[in-house]
Design a protein around this ligand. Structure first.
Ligand code: PMP
Length: 378
């Protein structure tokens, strides 16, 4: 199997991720933060270590501003639903995933908010001028996808956040495709909140994610319940992270995330370069095939997500044929219809190959050869 679906979830994981998870299941059976015995305390310490590591890399005001979630989707839901009030206006890019778009559009359909989708330039980039013109006195939040999970195009979030800062609009960044790969932090991006998955670039397991809250950010919690703290109170604690983390935490997942993130963040720059190199090789190879259209733009920065549309056959059919030869890609709309609409591929969808740290140049070349061979038959 040649796994090229790292934008969905990275695989394989470094071996220490599975070992850390097994360790919690075999040796740390307690419920973290609940009891005074050794098993509960050790579990709590693993969670603290993971919070501290991520807080240091994300420039969080404190480790407690790192909120564990079940994935990027829950982190985005918490940040968006918890921050908005009736009558608010929200700005977002054309490249948002349904984890953002469906939340915003459902709030709009209820009559709670209005949503303005920003128009990009021909390369898929939102300019500071476009953003500035869209901000109004009612704008309560801007949500930006750092890198598209369809085109791979990276938004110049640093420049856009400067515009928002001047106008007093908080910025939520969806770093699903960039955390662990590009430099992602509240300070570097100028963001107020960042949502990220633990299971993609950070190399942790499924079912892990984080919302990092910048200074002054206090969304209303999505869930309430037992936190192991202030149990005498029938009200949700207001202190972080308990305000947002009710119920038994995903300790095996967080232990795996700690191991994966340690590896990814200590090699981040090499990973950025390596994946960039693989993606450029893949794009160059695919570009030489006449019977397909490559999405994205080489004129702007991109991550290792490479989508293409065969002009003479259905992308789903091509991905199925590739799967039969052992290539794992993803066909369809990749839960991001708005960016496909902008690319004119809403009807057809696309084939998406997304590289990861364990892919090789040889694997990329084999994919290009297979696509060339398959498409030459049409
Ligand atoms: N945003 C983007 C840009 C994504 O690519 C994804 C995952 N496909 C998500 C959000 C949702 O992430 P998760 O699967 O961790 O909920």
């Amino acid at each position: 199997m040649i796994y090229l679906d790292n934008a969905a979830t990275s695989w394989p994981k470094p071996p220490m991720v599975a070992r850390a998870m097994m360790g919690t299941l075999l040796k740390l059976g307690g419920n973290p933060g609940r009891s005074g015995h050794k098993l509960s305390l050790c579990g709590g310490r693993i969670m603290e270590r993971c919070r501290e590591l991520l807080a240091a890399h994300l420039d969080a005001p404190s480790a407690d501003n790192v909120i564990f979630t079940s994935g990027c989707t829950e982190a985005l839901n918490l940040a968006i639903r918890g921050s908005l009030y009736k009558g608010d206006e929200v700005l977002c890019s054309h490249a948002e995933h349904n984890a953002v778009m469906r939340v915003l559009k459902s709030l709009e359909a209820e009559g709670s908010i209005t949503v303005k989708v920003l128009r990009p330039d021909g390369n898929g980039i939102i300019s500071p001028e476009i953003l500035s013109a869209a901000v109004s006195p009612r704008t309560a939040l801007c949500v930006l996808c750092h890198a598209s999970n369809v085109t791979g195009v990276v938004q110049p979030v640093e420049k856009l956040s400067a515009v928002l800062k001047k106008r007093g609009v908080p910025l939520l960044v969806d770093a699903a495709q960039t955390a662990g790969i590009l430099p992602v932090s509240l300070k570097r991006l100028g963001a107020d909140m960042i949502a990220l998955p633990g299971h993609k670039g950070l190399l942790g397991p499924h079912g892990t994610g984080v919302l990092v809250l910048g200074p002054g950010m206090a969304p209303r919690p999505l869930t309430m319940g037992g936190t192991g703290s202030l149990s005498e109170s029938m009200l949700q604690p207001s202190s972080l992270p308990d305000r947002y983390e009710s119920g038994t935490p995903n300790l095996p997942g967080i232990a795996g995330l700690l191991a994966g993130a340690r590896f990814a963040l200590s090699h981040r720059q090499e990973i950025e370069e390596y994946e960039g190199q693989l993606a450029r090789r893949l794009r160059d190879g695919l570009r030489s095939i006449r019977q397909l259209r490559l999405l994205g733009s080489d004129a702007v920065p991109m991550v290792g997500v490479v989508s293409f549309v065969p002009t003479l056959c259905d992308p789903g059919e091509l991905c199925d044929r590739l799967a039969r030869e052992g290539f794992a890609l993803r066909a369809g709309l990749h839960c991001a219809p708005s960016v496909h609409q902008w690319q004119g591929t809403l009807e057809s969808g696309a084939c998406r190959a997304s590289v990861g740290i364990y892919n090789t140049e040889d694997e990329v070349d084999r994919l290009v050869d297979a696509v060339r061979r398959m498409l030459s038959g049409y």
